[in-house]
Structures are given as structure tokens and as C-alpha cells.
Design a protein around this ligand. Structure first.
Ligand SMILES: *Cc1c(COP(=O)(O)O)cnc(C)c1O
Length: 383
């Protein structure tokens, strides 16, 4: 295989187990975005028999149908928006969905009536993210008036806006307060309540409610540096001071690595240009390799002249622009590199290690985007 993505089963199970242990709650395992680039099929197949996972959360109808085919014994929740035709298919296939607006509920109600079925919808309370969701007054009306005869409202949730991007969690606390106040207002209803993503599950037990929605950290990554730093700080505090309880040291283990092979080795004289746009010029006689991966594969063009890769256990810098299907890297300092040798773009080899955090830093984005953008067509190999 020229280029492939390796999925480490043991690490995935370790991370999921860690989240079961720290939260003590069932998991809603978020597998949108091709399971954060890991491969939806592989990830569902590896986890479909785990007792700790109660739900898979996906973004769309087609992901939901795909997951349903692979796993019959878990619930599925569609987090994203569906149009009217897709809502019909969701109800016809008995898939639970998030109804983010009153209009959406109207569509689902009509569709369910036509199909002579019941729609199962979870509602989303707007607490300050201002993405999908209903305001308090809209939602109160929906719950009190029970206008929608053909819908079972099964859950109520919300989503944090500012939990990973900061170590100041006052906005998150405000959102949580709004959610709790709303729950008080609607009283004791049998709705599944959830709020927590990876970062809040790592940091704030008060956000757990009935189930926790875990994405990025199940794949072995801290949501951000700030989350990691906050975690370390709360660990240092004595239990009494730490209203959320003491924390155990945990390790998250990246699940995905990404490999390819050297296509060609070239000796290049001093002063020669490398690649499109002549953005790199050799300082001396150099050895370069051609790597058969490009931005089509998900290796971002912003990694041009900034990233490193691993060749024969040593770090090698990307030289020149990343092209659609290949790029060049310098191996002048590495002995004995030959065409066909293993190249690691993300992962570890000997002492060297490149993570999605590194790639994110080099290309001005976050680990989530690096992982989710790895082309789904590349083979995923489970080890
Ligand atoms: C993507 C998503 C999550 C998962 O977030 P992580 O930070 O990856 O854990 C949770 N909830 C909602 C609504 C999401 O869209």
C-alpha cells in the first residue's frame, strides 16, 4: 500500500475506557466527520460491542444509515441539520434526530404523520453558542403545548461555545447555569439530558448529566492546550478546594497514524529551486525525497516549507510547496534513504513523533481539522 492510515485498536479502547472511568456515565461516542478522519466503518466495527457506548452521534442522514447498517444494537443520534426529504428518511428508518428549531419540528411532525410513524427528536436549548438551537421561550412553548402529536421528544441538550479555547471558564459556567435553570423550569420530565463534550468531561463533572458526548479525546487528543493546562491545575488543587472533585492523572493515546513511502530520491546541487512557485532554494548540495501525498489527501498546502515528516526514524523538513498529490522533503542529513522506504506524516517512529497538534500548529489550525480532513479514500488499516 502506497499510503495508508493506521488505526490502533488498543489505544482507542484505552481512551474510551478512560472516559467511562472518569465520567461514570454512558458514552455518546461522536463519530461525525468520518469518525474524525479515522474511518467510520473501522471505528464503528471496533466499538459496536462495547457496553459503555450507548449512542453514536453523527452529523447526517447518510452517516446515520451507514452506522445503523454496521451496528444494530446501539442508538444513533443525528446532531446536524437535515432537510425535509432527509427528515422523512430519518423517520422512516427510525433514527433519532436533533430538532434544532420549531420549523424543524413542524417538518418532522408532518413527515411522521404522512408515514404513520412517530418521530423521535431531541431538542437543543440555545445557551450561548448561537449555532443550532431554540430559545428558552420557544422551547418552553414546545414542551408545554405539546403541539406535535407525532413526535416523541426524547432528550434535551446544549453545547459549550467557549470551553476548549480558553482557560477562563466563566462563559461555560453561565451556559451551564442557563441549562440548569431551564431544567428546573420544565420540572421532572423523562428526557435524556446532556451537555458535555470532551473538554468539559475532562474538566467539569457538573456538566455530565445523563450521558457525555465524547469526540476528539476518544481518538486520543486533548481538545486544546488550555484544556490540558486546566486539567493539570485542577489536579494539583486539594479536593476540598476543587468543587468538582479530585482528578486522576490520565493518559490519552492517539489512535491514528499516517504513513506513506519514498517515491524518489534526488541529489540536488546548491542554489536549485524546489517545486511550484520556487519557494525553496537549496543552500548547498542537498538530497531531497519526493513523497507521494498532497493536499488532495488532506496534507494541507499550508504545510509547505513548515512541516516535518519522519524518514528512517529521523525528522525531515518539507521543502517547497505541497502539491495536489505530492511534496518534497530534505534528507541530506539522513543516511541511506531509498525509494520505497517508510515515511511517517503523523505518528511516531523511533524517537521521533508527529501529532495532529504539531500539524495543526504548523498549518494554523486545530488537531480536529487535521484529522477530519484526511481523505476518506485512503485505506484505514486496523492494528
Ligand atoms: C462535535 C460535537 C461534540 C464532540 O466534541 P469534542 O470536542 O470532539 O468532544 C459534542 N457535541 C456536539 C453537539 C458536537 O457537535
Amino acid at each position: 500500500m502506497k499510503t495508508f492510515v493506521e488505526i490502533n485498536k488498543e489505544n482507542l479502547l484505552h481512551n474510551l475506557d478512560t472516559f467511562r472511568n472518569i465520567s461514570g456515565k454512558p458514552l455518546m461516542f461522536v463519530v461525525k466527520g468520518n469518525a474524525y478522519g479515522h474511518g467510520l466503518k473501522e471505528i464503528v466495527n471496533l466499538t459496536k460491542d462495547l457496553a459503555g457506548i450507548e449512542y453514536y452521534a453523527v452529523d447526517s442522514l447518510d452517516e446515520a444509515l451507514y452506522v445503523k447498517r454496521l451496528s444494530q444494537n446501539k442508538k444513533i443520534l443525528v446532531l446536524g441539520w437535515a432537510d425535509r426529504e432527509e427528515i422523512i428518511d430519518l423517520i422512516a428508518n427510525d433514527i433519532e434526530m436533533v430538532a434544532p428549531s420549531v420549523e424543524y419540528l413542524e417538518w418532522a411532525d408532518t413527515a411522521a404523520r404522512t408515514l404513520n410513524k412517530r418521530a423521535r427528536c431531541q431538542v437543543k436549548l440555545e445557551t450561548g453558542t448561537n449555532r443550532l438551537g431554540m430559545t428558552e421561550s420557544q422551547l418552553l412553548e414546545v414542551l408545554r403545548e405539546r403541539r406535535f402529536d407525532n413526535i416523541d421528544i426524547t432528550g434535551i441538550y446544549s453545547h459549550f461555545a467557549n470551553i476548549e479555547d480558553t482557560s477562563d471558564h466563566s462563559y461555560a459556567r453561565e451556559q451551564l447555569k442557563r441549562y440548569n435553570d431551564f431544567l428546573d423550569k420544565i420540572g421532572n420530565r423523562r428526557l435524556l439530558r446532556h451537555f458535555s463534550c470532551s473538554a468539559s468531561t475532562l474538566l467539569f463533572p457538573k456538566t455530565y448529566f445523563d450521558i457525555v458526548r465524547v469526540g476528539i479525546s476518544a481518538y486520543g487528543y486533548w481538545p486544546s492546550k488550555q484544556t490540558y493546562v486546566t486539567y493539570l491545575e485542577t489536579m494539583k488543587r486539594p479536593v476540598a478546594e476543587n468543587g468538582d472533585g479530585a482528578r486522576q492523572p490520565i493518559s490519552l493515546k492517539p489512535v491514528l497514524s499516517w504513513h506513506t513511502h519514498v517515491a524518489q530520491v534526488k541529489e540536488i546541487e546548491k542554489g536549485q529551486h524546489i517545486g511550484y512557485g520556487l519557494t525553496y532554494r537549496t543552500f548547498g548540495n542537498s538530497r531531497m525525497i519526493v513523497v507521494p501525498v498532497g493536499y488532495y489527501d488532506g496534507y494541507d498546502r499550508k504545510l509547505s516549507n513548515t512541516a516535518n515528516i519522519i524518514v528512517n526514524g529521523q525528522s525531515a523538513p518539507v521543502r517547497g510547496r505541497v502539491c495536489m498529490n505530492m511534496f518534497m522533503a530534505e534528507t541530506t542529513h539522513i543516511e541511506g534513504v531509498n525509494a520505497g522506504d517508510r515515511v511517517t506524516l503523523l505518528g511516531s517512529a523511533d524517537e521521533e513523533r508527529i501529532t495532529a497538534d504539531h500539524l495543526g500548529e504548523w498549518s494554523g489550525t486545530i488537531n480536529y481539522e487535521i484529522l477530519a480532513r484526511i481523505n476518506p479514500r485512503l485505506p484505514r488499516v486496523v492494528v
